[in-house]
Write a protein that binds this ligand. Structure first.
Ligand SMILES: [Zn+2]
Length: 122
């Protein structure tokens, strides 16, 4: 899987964008401009990947300062099936956030950094 790195988020090479309010998929430009909220209904945009077994993997792209305990976050876009539960969030002295993840440890990120949170039922 090819990695595409933008300044404030990481995306998967072949992701597509949807919202339940619309039958059409959304453009990446629109999604980025609206910070991964739908510009029609203001819900989180669904970022969709085709999984190896034919099932879609769906996640929301959420700013670090909106991350909550028990969300499932991806920290390595080379490992699309690997998600870790958020155990706790701390404000650090350097202005960043420390997010503790089950089975992984802590990641330190900017408050405005977007994190991929898995939201399908698998
Ligand atoms: Zn919508």
């Amino acid at each position: 899987m090819t990695r595409v790195v933008y300044r404030d988020f990481k995306s998967f090479h072949d992701e597509t964008y949807y919202c339940g309010c619309s039958e059409d998929n959304l453009s990446d430009k629109t999604c980025i401009e609206k910070e991964w909220f739908c510009n029609k209904c203001n819900q989180f945009i669904e970022v969709v990947l085709d999984g190896d077994n034919g099932e879609n993997i769906i996640f929301n792209r959420i700013k670090a300062n909106k991350i909550e305990v028990d969300m499932r976050v991806n920290v390595d876009i080379y490992k699309i099936y690997e998600f870790h539960y958020v155990l706790g969030i701390n404000a650090l002295e350097n202005g960043k956030l420390g997010i503790g993840l089950e089975g992984y440890g802590r990641i330190n990120v900017d408050k405005n950094y977007f994190i991929n949170c898995r939201v399908d039922d698998n």
